[in-house]
Ligand binder design. Structure first.
Ligand SMILES: [Zn+2]
Length: 420
């Protein structure tokens, strides 16, 4: 439909803690375009991050606009109100054209029995042995299962409807992209559950273009996937098939696709996902957040001198504030405290030692995932340093930019979207 804002097949969420890396991030998308693969950048930042840093959505918008102007990017780009709910959405209204509606907190709130009943009776097409193109083993959905899933998710879907309509009333229909996220919850959703949730979202009239389920396995911040790769691959492929089915069956947006949250650095998943996307002609949205902030630290350390000293100081402070820093991210980090080097010994490290401990190179024996995760959540320390941190970013801009672009392009865009 003309005039409707539509999310491209391939897109990447480039979270940028301090709104300083827009240009090098966009440069990575430009390199993909030069290879004939369009990957649309979406600057995502959650209310949680804005609160910790003391920034505002307007700042994210300004940095994105400036990067686009400077690099002469003529393709679409978006600013994502990441993980918003009814309480936080208003603050993002003006600056954003992409809204990730987070209803994880409402999952499991019982819905009205009559509503669950009516939903289950209205979706006979899903009952029994459901054969879907692209799914090897048919789904078995009986009335009990349907009722259980409806009872678990219908209230969350209704809440998503409330939030969606609030944005629609302000921004206008078709003027923004809608994602619904259910990833920050305890138990993963199976492909059959996803299908039922999609049916409910369609019924609620939410024109979602992307949906973030919780996949099985661990998606810890800034480190590789931990879980059963074969199981994930089958699940992801079945999710893609379920989405294609829902698009046909319920007339959902034809570009509807999966969104992968905490997607940065899930290197072992990129190959299988790329293969599935090619085989099934599907798109994906990959959210990375924090991976660029870690490249800022790598760049600072690599620069040596004051930069290296500041990186070491951030690590030392992060160690002493570990519990406070980790608390908001408890479900998505897994730090082995015994593997954290003492700040005093880090204090004696060369630039190279700091860089190789922090940089996510799975083949390197110096790479330390615990140190990386602690620093991942340690951006609050840098935020508190204020201009001292930001001024050093400016001084070491070139070396940081090189790291940010290389990380996004070589380690994320290439294996996932281009397939190398
Ligand atoms: Zn998320």
């Amino acid at each position: 439909m003309a005039g409707t804002l539509s999310l491209a097949k391939y897109s990447i969420g480039v979270g940028d803690r301090f709104a300083r890396q827009g240009k090098p991030q966009l440069q990575a998308c430009r390199m993909a375009a030069e290879q004939g693969v369009e990957v649309i950048p979406v600057w995502n930042k959650s209310n949680r991050e804005h609160t910790i840093i003391g920034s505002s959505p307007a700042g994210t918008r300004a940095a994105a606009d400036e990067a686009v102007r400077t690099l002469g990017w003529s393709r679409p780009y978006h600013v994502d109100a990441d993980h918003i709910n009814l309480k936080t959405v208003d603050n993002f209204m003006e600056a954003c054209d992409f809204f990730t509606i987070d209803v994880a907190d409402v999952i499991g709130r019982p819905s009205e029995p009559a509503r669950s009943q009516a939903f289950a009776e209205g979706h006979w097409e899903l009952l029994g042995e459901l054969r879907i193109p692209g799914v090897a083993r048919p789904f078995h959905i009986d009335r009990d299962f349907m009722a259980r899933v409806a009872n678990k998710y219908l209230a969350a879907v209704q809440e998503a409807g409330l939030i969606y309509r609030r944005v629609e009333a302000q921004k206008g229909k078709g003027q923004f992209i809608t994602e619904v996220s259910m990833d920050e919850t305890d138990s993963p959703q199976t492909p059959a559950e996803l299908l039922i949730i999609l049916a409910a979202l369609a019924e609620e009239g939410i024109p979602i273009q992307t949906i973030a389920p919780k996949f099985s396995g661990r998606f810890d911040k800034g480190v590789d996937y931990v879980g059963d790769l074969a199981k994930f691959t089958e699940e992801f492929s079945n999710d893609v098939a379920a989405i294609a089915f829902a698009v046909r069956q319920y007339g959902m947006s034809s570009n509807l696709k999966l969104s992968i949250h905490s997607g940065s650095d899930k290197f072992s998943l990129y190959g299988p996902i790329h293969r599935i996307l090619k085989e099934m002609d599907a798109g994906v949205h990959l959210k990375t957040a924090g991976t660029s902030w870690l490249e800022e630290l790598i760049g600072l350390a690599e620069a040596g001198g004051e930069g290296l000293e500041l990186a070491k100081e951030i690590y030392a402070q992060a160690c002493s504030l570990r519990e406070e820093l980790c608390a908001p991210y408890a479900a998505v980090i897994n730090i082995d405290a015994a593997r954290l080097p003492a700040p005093e010994s880090v204090g004696r490290w060369s630039p190279q030692q700091f860089v190789s401990a922090l940089r996510h190179d799975p083949k390197s024996t110096d790479y330390n995932p615990s140190l990386r995760q602690l620093l991942h959540v340690g951006f609050k320390v840098a935020a508190k340093m204020g201009n001292r941190y930001l001024d050093l970013l400016s001084l070491t801009e070139t070396i940081i930019a090189k790291n940010v672009t290389t990380n996004l392009f070589d380690r994320h865009i290439k294996p996932l979207f281009i397939g190398e």
